[in-house]
Design a protein. Structure first.
Ligand SMILES: [Zn+2]
Ligand SMILES: [Zn+2]
Length: 139
């Protein structure tokens, strides 16, 4: 049986459905993720082929760097996606999934850039910057 997951933004204008396994959640503490989310970025990912988005008219993209763009709902502002420009997968914010999501915790990246107003004490692995351990679902 193929497992599907669904989710969407706060106002409901943007919805999505994924098929198959979801990667463990990676927590990114880089300055871009910190500014966009107000805390840090917690996301899983799936191959583009396993992702269906509806309400795409309400989806806006911001190119925070020349490598990647960040998708959010233009009506309610919910952060939803992160997409590398040349890769065939999409990162999805863990908080946007309908519950129960079945997601599992992975590890922290870019902890060198984390905010000074919280501590990371959940016992999960921490990496100063990125790591090859960041895999795409199914890898
Ligand atoms: Zn919305
Ligand atoms: Zn980040």
């Amino acid at each position: 049986m193929i497992r599907t997951h669904s989710g969407g933004c706060l106002c409901g204008a943007v919805r999505y459905e994924t098929t198959g396994a979801l990667r463990e959640v990676v927590y990114c503490h880089c300055s871009q993720c910190r500014r966009q989310t107000g805390l840090y970025f917690a996301a899983t990912d799936v191959a583009d082929a396993n992702m269906e988005i509806s309400g795409g008219d309400s989806l806006a993209w911001f190119a925070a760097s020349e490598h990647a763009k960040r998708g959010f709902c233009r009506t309610c502002g919910s952060v939803l996606f992160w997409k590398h420009n040349t890769k065939d997968y999409i990162s999805i914010l863990a908080g946007s999934f309908d519950q129960p999501s079945g997601l599992t915790p992975g590890f922290h990246i870019f902890v060198a850039d984390k905010g000074d107003y919280y501590s990371i004490d959940d016992g999960l692995p921490q990496f100063e910057r990125s790591t090859p351990a960041v895999k795409v679902a199914g890898d």
